[in-house]
Design a protein around this ligand. Structure first.
Ligand SMILES: [Zn+2]
Length: 252
């Protein structure tokens, strides 16, 4: 089952570049969505820290929104904290999923620390090797967002603006860590886009497939979504209350 699942992810990677699955994922780091239940429920982790590692020139602007979206869906009675730190990543040339993982695990701690769940959001300078990709979720607790590419995604006359794209991409990648769409469960709703696996076909959802592409402005008219839609939320609710079976979860 696991082999089949990874195979599917690799296919989706070649289409969208979204999931950095260019190596077999270790048990320790898990797959995107592998810590979904650790976030959605407080059984194991009562608090959460969002670690933001950014390089000079790639300081993020949407972390408060990111926290707000996670507060809305995750059960963390002891709170969600932001820890933001400027770093220098060791990298030359375009980024790959393996390089993102390497830097995150070099600089960061285990995802599971006592009662605290640690998720990492990297904002490196430079671009992904497919430079149409704005963000990637590379394992159970790690995403990277490429603000140099986000700047390129700004539309004519600033519609959408780079800041708007950044807000959507940041929430979108967190959505993958929550397992959206169908990464670690099978939704009772028909909302996954069959042409873009792991993504929503609703352009009003932040999980819409085009959100993490530099051409996002060509696919969405009007404001970019920054929220999970009702079906995304229904999936998360069902996972949390046990009515939807969840697999590939990382446990202590
Ligand atoms: Zn995506």
């Amino acid at each position: 089952m696991r082999a089949i699942f990874i195979g599917l992810i690799m296919i989706s990677c070649s289409i969208s570049g979204c999931f950095g699955s260019d190596s077999i994922l270790a048990e320790k780091t898990g797959i995107p969505g592998g810590h979904a239940m650790n976030c959605l429920t407080s059984d194991e982790f009562t608090s959460m820290t969002l670690h933001v590692l950014y390089e000079d020139g790639s300081e993020p602007s949407a972390i408060d929104l990111l926290k707000q979206r996670l507060v809305e869906v995750c059960d963390k009675p002891d709170g969600i904290t932001i820890e933001q730190k400027q770093v220098d990543f060791e990298n030359t040339g375009p980024w790959t999923a393996d390089k993102v993982r390497e830097q995150r695990w070099d600089l960061g701690d285990d995802a599971m620390d006592g009662n605290t769940l640690n998720w990492y959001f990297l904002f490196p300078n430079g671009k992904y090797d497919d430079d149409s990709v704005l963000g990637v979720a590379v394992d159970g607790s790690t995403v990277a967002i490429f603000l140099d590419s986000v700047a390129d995604a700004e539309g004519f006359f600033g519609r959408p603006s780079a800041a708007e794209v950044e807000r959507s991409v940041t929430v979108h990648e967190a959505g993958h860590l929550l397992g959206l769409v169908n990464l670690v469960y099978t939704s009772p709703y028909d909302h996954e886009d069959p042409s873009h696996r792991g993504h929503s076909k609703n352009e009003d959802s932040v999980m819409y497939w085009a959100i993490e592409s530099t051409s996002v402005g060509n696919f969405i008219d009007g404001d970019l979504p920054t929220e999970f839609d009702d079906e995304d939320k229904g999936d998360l609710q069902g996972m949390a209350d046990g009515s939807i079976e969840v697999y590939d979860q990382i446990t202590n």
